[in-house]
Design a protein around this ligand. Sequence first.
Ligand SMILES: Nc1ncnc2c1ncn2[C@@H]1O[C@H](COP(=O)(O)OP(=O)(O)OP(=O)(O)O)[C@@H](O)[C@H]1O
Ligand SMILES: [Mg+2]
Length: 321
Amino acid sequence: MQAYTVYNQSGGQGKTTVARDLAAAHAEIGQRVLLIDMDAQNGSLSNYLGVDDNKRNPEADDLTFHLVEQGQGEFSDLIRTAEPNVDVLPSHKRLNRVDEFLDSHENYIGQTKPDDWEYPRYERLLSVLRDNDVPNEYDVVIIDPNAKADTVYYMALYATRNVVIPAVPTRSGYESIDGVADSAQGFAENQDINIGRTAVIPTMVDTRKGDHKDYAQKLRDEYDAPVYFKSLSAFESAEEQYVSVFRLFSEHRSRIRKSEQNILPKYRTLVATICATFGNPLAEDAWDGEEIFTGDDFWGTSKFHLQTLMSLMTQSIKPWG
Ligand SMILES: Nc1ncnc2c1ncn2[C@@H]1O[C@H](COP(=O)(O)OP(=O)(O)OP(=O)(O)O)[C@@H](O)[C@H]1O
Ligand SMILES: [Mg+2]
């Protein structure tokens, strides 16, 4: 199984959009995807995919309860199917109080433990996923936490060990990558684990802006970004329809505009890159001859066309075996 967290501590960098559409791209080639929405705020992934109806229901079971061994039902009953091969574990407002829940859980089970026992707070999500057979049920797990570097984010990092970083190509977006790397590395050292940077993705790129151009190319060169996404209305249209961009184009549009024609090919190239970094390069005919992104005038040749992908070094971490 491949698992990664889509993260940037700056808000509004396109994290949720990238998580949603990457899931659809994995699903298109038959991979079974579980999207875990760990953002209790509005406008989160389960909202984008129209499966957040229980978010504010105080009676509803949710992941928070399962993290502290107090699930009110089966874990599998929390999961909703949003699109073919794309399941979602929706978020709940309760997740805002996850520290409180973890503190009481710690006190409760600590009673029977020796004095030097340490509560494995950050392992809780990984344990829940393992206990519920997620590694066998899914090929890919993608987590979308909120933008804060809080307990939820560190649980996601602990469970996935890999981070995909979308960034708007501005000075602050560019500098945010170092911020993500620093916090992930500090956490990795503290927990004695390895965390891999799976991909950096320039998003909402306005190629008419000089600084966007410069920073997008810096991101490409410094972080081997395989693709970039322009600022285009299709992403908001998908949000409006509660679907991924893949489904937007297949079901809600009679034609794809010229400016939008690269969106799906870019997601396919991105998925091919991600699979390769996990040491699972895709076959060259993974997309039935459908188009992938091999570069354009602005980006130059994408380094990661399928042939080079076959030899790409494994740079992601595979704690799932
Ligand atoms: N490439 C793009 N072009 C244009 N609009 C985009 C693009 N990507 C995302 N958007 C839009 O920008 C807004 C913010 O995106 P998104 O919610 O994915 O960001 P986020 O990083 O998850 O934000 P938050 O920090 O609030 O969780 C959304 O309305 C989304 O539809
Ligand atoms: Mg978001």
